[in-house]
Design a protein around this ligand. Structure first.
Ligand code: AHR
Length: 659
């Protein structure tokens, strides 16, 4: 009995010491630099969904500024006194405007009030540029008063600030005045009174912008939101979507030519997402196109990204159109193909070419240096391939330098995917766009997804992805951890996956229809989700070359026996960045074992950055924007082997240097 007890105790102690000592050894080969990491490796997907453009990134604060909302030309406005809508205005593609006349009684008023997008957010002491195209139809002069008001106020006055504006002559001219509110309010309204002698006046394209936009552009972007893009270190910027490229029908597809030139004359487009979700329905969701292709190219340049426009291939959204006749017939594609060729000219053409001239007139004579173009979004079947082919032929013939992105359909695998990949090879596109909005177990099982992809065929653009947990469909810490884990597989296969963009990008807290999303905002505030921080870490520690990292000769992909670990490594000069996602509930001891070092060289620990996801459902919010953020940690060591540990449910970036 005693012998048995002693034996058991010894074997227990042995087992315990083995468990304590168990270390996951990651061999990192420094002998030769692996293939280069593409500049485009991690980037941004922009789509006007969830009020991402008007009411979001695009800093215009007035809704329906051109009186073109088709169901009601005064949608978003309250008119009082004597106001009529007219349709022979100065901008042919936006012909409606309002006429404001004397109400006919000295104690009545005529004017308008705009509600903005979920209100108008204004800050105390900041400057807002109110501008309007106006004329006095009978000649002479007239006077307006523009105000920012708090209509919910119970104080003495609703007015936050006001300024007068004189209008003269019967020719249309643009007028402007600066409004400076005395207090901050996220749901102000813009009010315009006809004052003075109350001489009849016509108003068109009524606009209000913060003066302080991103880079100070007049037709500019909201600063905090653009900054959140810049801070991602994005290598590629995909625009304008998504399904929005296709439209609910062809009439509402994204037509880039309608989004360039003077903003006053860019026609309104019905947003593809206006009618899609009746459980979160926004019957006033339109695209002013004030944030159009010129602005997208400019933003790409200013955030250091390669622009990647995606164009309609002549198919209306296939989810929403079973009828073949909803699409452009193959023999009717020429105007669409011409749109693609003209876009390349708009971006890159000389200033004396038709479209290059427009770019120059808009303020950018230098080319935007476009290198990529996508044809079609989530398309599938032969409907797609028979349309894609003539595009590819025409673009190759005219612009062999442009790299073309095709689609693998809406699913990460399955019939459409299996049909399209060989077709993309046959047609000879350069990159294939893959989309996956998938649950936890999909992300946990896909660490090795790209390890055996064909190295000779087209490259991969992981163009839309996000972890969509059932029952936890928001940006919580655990979802971001699984995205980080999955991205080690992208990094390990950077020779075949040349681009990856999380989607969607933005959501207004009151206007969202799809989640999770990378960045959330209201009218004044915004926050960066845990997923944003994962993207930022990959962008910041992108490196320049791949490095082979193995555990017992195998890639670290969360496979059986790998302790829930996913890992990858890259070099950057004499720096090494190792990324480790620990998806298990246990802390893991790891050893980095460096091979292939020159005799005189050693590796030294520099610093670490870690996202703690152990509070699985924790999320950042407007009220608590920094709940899930990366934090620096110290780890030590010098030599050919460096030991560290990774806490349960965490994503760590280890920075080391070779000396
Ligand atoms: O990102 C939201 C939508 O998801 C995109 O518009 C579409 O491409 C995909 O179905």
């Amino acid at each position: 009995m005693l012998k048995h007890f002693i034996l058991s105790a010894v074997s227990f102690m042995l087992a315990a010491s083995v468990a304590v000592a168990q270390s996951f050894v990651m061999d990192i080969d420094l002998k030769k630099q692996g293939p280069a990491i593409q500049a485009t490796q991690y980037g941004i997907f922009f789509e006007d969904i969830n009020f991402a453009a008007d009411g979001g990134l695009y800093a215009e604060l007035v809704k329906n500024r051109s009186f073109e909302y088709p169901d009601d030309h005064l949608q978003g406005w309250k008119a009082f006194g004597k106001v009529t809508v007219k349709d022979d205005g100065p901008f042919e593609r936006n012909p409606h405007y309002v006429r404001i006349a004397d109400p006919g009684h000295p104690h009545k008023w005529s004017g308008l009030e705009n509600e903005g997008y979920f209100g108008i957010g204004v800050r105390e002491g900041e400057e807002y540029r109110f501008s309007v195209w106006a004329r006095v139809p009978g000649g002479g002069s007239s006077e307006l008063r523009a105000e920012l008001v708090n209509t919910a106020s119970i104080t003495e006055t609703q007015t936050l600030c006001q300024e007068k504006l004189a209008v003269s002559g019967d020719a249309w001219k643009q007028y402007e005045v600066i409004l400076k509110p005395g207090s901050t309010f996220d749901k102000a309204a813009l009010r315009i009174f006809l004052v003075g002698e109350r001489v009849t006046v016509d108003l068109e394209h009524v606009s209000l912008f913060p003066v302080d936009t991103w880079k100070g552009h007049r037709n500019g972007l909201r600063k905090d939101l653009a900054q959140a893009l810049y801070d991602l270190h994005p290598g590629v910027f995909r625009f304008p979507g998504g399904c929005i490229v296709e439209g609910t029908d062809l009439a509402t597809r994204y037509n880039w030519k309608n989004t360039v030139g003077p903003v006053e004359n860019r026609p309104l487009n019905e947003n593809r997402w206006e009618y899609t979700f009746t459980h979160r329905f926004f019957p006033d969701y339109y695209q002013s196109c004030g944030l159009g292709f010129f602005e997208f190219f400019l933003l790409s340049e200013e955030i250091g990204s390669e622009p990647l426009p995606i164009l309609s291939c002549g198919l209306a959204c296939q989810f929403q159109n079973d009828d073949k006749n909803a699409h452009v017939p193959v023999d009717g594609l020429q105007p669409y193909i011409q749109d693609a060729l003209d876009l390349i000219e708009f971006a890159n053409g000389p200033v004396d070419s038709e479209w290059g001239r427009l770019r120059a007139e808009m303020g950018h004579p230098a080319p935007f240096n476009l290198k990529y173009i996508g044809i079609g979004n989530e398309q599938w079947g032969s409907l797609y391939t028979e349309r894609l082919e003539p595009f590819v032929k025409a673009i190759r013939a005219a612009h062999p330098e442009i790299r073309i992105v095709g689609s693998s359909g809406p699913n990460s695998e399955g019939e459409q995917f299996d049909y399209l990949w060989p077709e993309m090879r046959r047609i000879g596109v350069d990159l294939v766009d893959e989309h996956f909005y998938r649950p936890y177990n999909w992300f946990l099982s896909q660490g090795a997804r790209y390890d055996n992809y064909d190295r000779k065929g087209p490259k991969v653009f992981a163009g839309e992805y996000a972890c969509h947990a059932r029952g936890a469909k928001w940006n919580h810490a655990y979802a971001s951890l699984l995205e980080a884990a999955f991205m080690t597989g992208i990094e390990r296969n950077a020779d075949v996956v040349h681009m990856a963009t999380y989607a969607p990008l933005f959501a207004h807290v009151e206007g969202w229809q799809w989640r999770p999303d990378l960045i959330w905002f209201d009218n004044l505030r915004s926050f960066r989700t845990a997923s944003w921080h994962v993207q930022e870490l990959y962008g910041r520690f992108k490196g320049t070359n791949m490095l082979a990292l193995k555990m017992s000769g195998a890639n670290v992909t969360g496979a059986e026996g790998q302790g829930g670990l996913f890992a990858s490594a890259v070099s950057d000069g004499n720096r090494i960045y190792v990324k480790v996602a620990n998806t298990s509930e246990e802390s893991r001891d790891i050893s980095f074992n460096f091979t292939g070092l020159k005799k005189k060289d050693v590796v030294r620990a520099v610093e670490g950055v870690r996202l703690d996801c152990s509070d699985r459902l924790a999320e950042n919010t407007l009220e608590d924007p920094f709940k899930v953020v990366p934090e620096g940690f110290r780890f030590d060591g010098e030599g050919r082997q460096i030991d560290a540990s990774v806490p349960p449910l965490s994503f760590s970036v280890f920075v080391l240097t070779v000396q």
